[in-house]
Write a protein that binds this ligand. Structure first.
Ligand SMILES: Cc1ncc(COP(=O)(O)O)c(C=O)c1O
Length: 455
């Protein structure tokens, strides 16, 4: 066996060993393991240490110092794990090392992305000829879709923003809900539309935009809605908002970083009524589809506007007009083949599998809420999706319980503030979480709360 082959087999074995350890280990890394990362701070070696020793060091120091985010009891940050098929497809596609620019030079990747595009539209109930860009995550998916929005609303006013920029352009009104995710406002800032310039629409007790409170639409306007509030999981009334603003020519965007996956569940479609009326959608595959980082998708109803905002030409690039070129729909030119993992999970699970994955996580969230409520703790949100907000009493007690749970290591949850109240946030997105994981975690949470309250 060549040294190269030995190295890759060694990496695969170490990866498999790590994944096997996830069920039994504490979720947060031990303080000694975290302290040991200082060993990475070497001088740049004059002579290299070679492949095998480098990989061994990476595993021996890096693996124990990692948070078990891929495991079944990490409930922080609304992130998923990674299904085995997605990791395996990622390894193979990494071995291909394709630069996913043009269909002519990367035909397999381009085709897989295009199939994934169509399957995602089907799954979310969107028109099948929508365009999609496979980007790094929901932040960039929001940015990409909003670049298409900016293009369209200004083109409607006779302004070519790609050519002319924003200086001297007609004013663009941007409307967001009070509960818009900060990465959405960051995207607006990157697009020259300002982080703090948007008009903010009030929300209800679950963080849903109040459609009746929308201002009258005048001139080029982009309305940013959200499905899946980062704290409560609640959905803005997208259909009502579309009906109110689209007749006046406004573009409606949906930030569905994790909530868009609810559209894959027929039983949840009612709460997403009118979703398909919007003009663009952003979501993450590295959240609820459980593929490795980094993976998000920007979708637009009109393919031409996304292409107008993103595509470039150069003499050395091949201009294949017959096939879909992946880079015509993304901010990057060169990038990895992230659509491959999306395709692998969708093909492996099928429609029913994705539906089951989403439903299972929502049922775990309800189980958490019931267990904690039954023990006398307050649940602050309507548990409509995969998010649970828990209060263990006053601010300080809740914060101390969160810290105690993180130290205990059976599971991991983060803290948040929900409409002025400190809370612990439980987000269930991982494919491997079982009822037993939920029960073990509830027991640990109750024991931690008890310890804090006993002083
Ligand atoms: C509603 C919403 N939008 C955007 C994002 C940003 O996603 P990412 O970190 O993948 O860029 C998140 C992340 O949790 C989110 O919940």
């Amino acid at each position: 066996m060549s040294n190269d082959e030995k190295l890759m087999r060694d990496a695969a074995e170490r990866g498999i060993r790590y994944r096997k350890s996830l069920q039994g280990r504490k979720v947060a890394p031990a303080p000694e393991a975290v302290a040991a990362v200082a060993r990475f701070r070497e001088m740049l070696p004059e002579q290299g240490h070679g492949d095998a020793e480098t990989l061994a060091m990476l595993d021996e120091i890096g693996s124990p110092a990692s948070m078990a985010m891929a495991g079944p009891r990490f409930f922080g940050f609304v992130i998923g794990g990674s299904l085995p098929v997605s990791v395996a497809a990622n390894w193979l596609a990494t071995a291909w090392d394709q630069n996913s620019v043009m269909s002519e030079v990367t035909p397999a990747v381009a085709e897989l992305e295009n199939v994934s595009r169509r399957w995602l539209c089907e799954l979310f109930g969107l028109p099948l000829d929508c365009a999609a860009g496979f980007v790094t995550g929901a932040t960039v998916a929001n940015f990409t879709a909003l670049a298409a929005a900016r293009h369209k609303v200004l083109a409607d006013s006779g302004w070519d923003v790609e050519k002319q920029g924003l200086i001297g352009a007609p004013d663009v009104t941007v409307i967001v809900g009070e509960e818009a995710h900060p990465t959405l406002t960051k995207s607006l800032g990157l697009l020259g539309l300002g982080r703090d310039r948007a008009l903010r629409v009030p929300v209800d007790g679950q963080g849903r935009m109040i459609a009746d409170a929308l201002p009258a639409i005048k001139g080029p306007t982009i309305v940013c809605t959200q499905v899946g509030n980062i704290n409560t999981g609640a959905f803005d009334p997208v259909g009502e908002i579309c009906a109110a603003v689209r007749p006046a020519g406004a573009w409606v965007h949906v930030d569905g970083a994790f909530g868009l996956w609810a559209a894959a569940v027929p039983g949840m479609r009612d709460s997403l009524a009118g979703l398909e009326e919007a003009d663009s959608w952003a979501t993450d595959a590295h959240k609820w589809l459980n593929v490795p980082y980094d993976s998000g998708v920007a979708i637009t109803r009109d393919p031409a506007v996304l292409k107008a905002a993103m595509a470039i030409t150069a003499d050395y690039l091949l201009t294949d007009t017959e096939h879909r070129n992946p880079s015509d729909y993304t901010p990057e030119l060169s990038r990895r083949a992230r659509g491959v993992e999306v395709w692998a999970v969708l093909r492996s699970l099928g429609r029913r599998g994705v539906e089951d994955l989403v439903e299972r996580c929502c049922s775990h969230a309800r189980r958490f809420a019931e267990g904690l409520r039954a023990a006398g703790h307050e649940i602050l949100n309507e548990v409509v999706l995969n998010q649970v907000l828990v209060s263990f009493g006053d601010e300080e007690t809740t914060q101390r319980v969160v810290e105690e749970i993180q130290r205990d290591g059976t599971c991991w949850c983060g803290g948040t503030v929900w409409q002025g109240r400190r809370a612990m946030r439980i987000s269930v997105c991982n494919w491997s979480t079982t009822d037993a994981d939920v029960d073990i975690s509830i027991d640990a949470m109750l024991a931690c709360a008890e310890r804090v309250m006993q002083g």
